[in-house]
Ligand binder design. Structure first.
Ligand SMILES: [Zn+2]
Length: 254
């Protein structure tokens, strides 16, 4: 074998680059001008990174059209040019500067790039989702990473139809909310005013609270319902005053 093989190219490489006459460095390409030093007359230069990236992405796009991948491989192995490389005038050659054999091209493109490294890439792409899901096992609230980020929980809802019915009846009864309301206001007035006075008022209210039945009947009054509807437009004091008045009226009329 008179031609230098790839491993000995650096030993035989010229002291100065045949093209730019500068020190060519130790790689396959001249570090100054990028010419392929083992074959300077071929016109081969190191392909720029961005062009390589463009070629890879373009190849990926083309490769994803699976029905054509066999044609793609056949075309690539023929002259060391994948379809994208052909478009961009990029060549795959051996380190010795010789054209690549179809077999090496098949191994390079199909076995190494697509199958081997492709599967490694796929495995790594699962890493994020696995960590995200695995967080559930360590988190007491069974939150994934995305749950932690936005403060969400995942729950299971038992008997959803029944809950929906409860919701709707609750919504319908909201107009008649005064009945449950008496306990609320009753507690509120008793607590603040108790220190000062109104002992008899609180006493009368306590008796009311002791008998929830009458309180529940009271809210059916249309006046009270109207009052509840405009409650948001009233101050708490005004609302209480009018409600107590209406309750008194109802009590007297009963
Ligand atoms: Zn050079």
């Amino acid at each position: 074998m008179s031609t230098p093989n790839p491993s000995s190219t650096s030993a035989l490489r010229p002291q100065s680059c045949p093209v730019c006459t500068q020190y060519p460095g130790v790689g396959a390409f001249c570090s100054e001008c990028g010419v392929l030093t083992s074959h300077p007359t071929s016109g081969d230069y190191a392909a720029p990174y961005l062009l390589r990236l463009a070629g890879e992405l373009l190849d990926l796009l083309i490769f994803l059209l699976l029905p054509v991948w066999l044609v793609w491989m056949w075309s690539s192995s023929r002259d060391g040019q994948s379809p994208a490389k052909s478009l961009l005038n990029l060549y795959v050659i051996s380190e010795s500067g010789q054209p690549i054999t179809p077999q090496r091209m098949w191994v390079r493109e199909l076995v190494i790039k697509r199958l081997l490294l492709g599967l490694v890439g796929y495995a790594f792409s699962l890493l994020g989702p696995i960590i995200n899901a695995g967080w559930i096992l360590m988190n007491p609230d069974r939150q994934c990473v995305h749950d932690r980020f936005v403060g969400t929980l995942v729950v299971v809802r038992r008997d959803a139809p029944k809950l929906a019915t409860e919701r709707s009846t609750f919504a319908q009864s909201e107009v008649r909310m005064p009945p449950p309301a008496p306990p609320g206001p009753r507690v509120a007035p008793t607590l603040p005013p108790t220190p000062s006075a109104t002992s008899d008022q609180s006493a009368s209210e306590t008796t009311q609270s002791d008998s929830p039945k009458p309180a529940r009947n009271i809210p059916t009054s249309p006046e009270l319902e109207a009052l509840e509807r405009e409650r948001t437009t009233l101050s708490q004091a005004e609302y209480e005053r009018r409600r107590q008045a209406l309750l008194k009226e109802l009590e007297e009329s009963a």
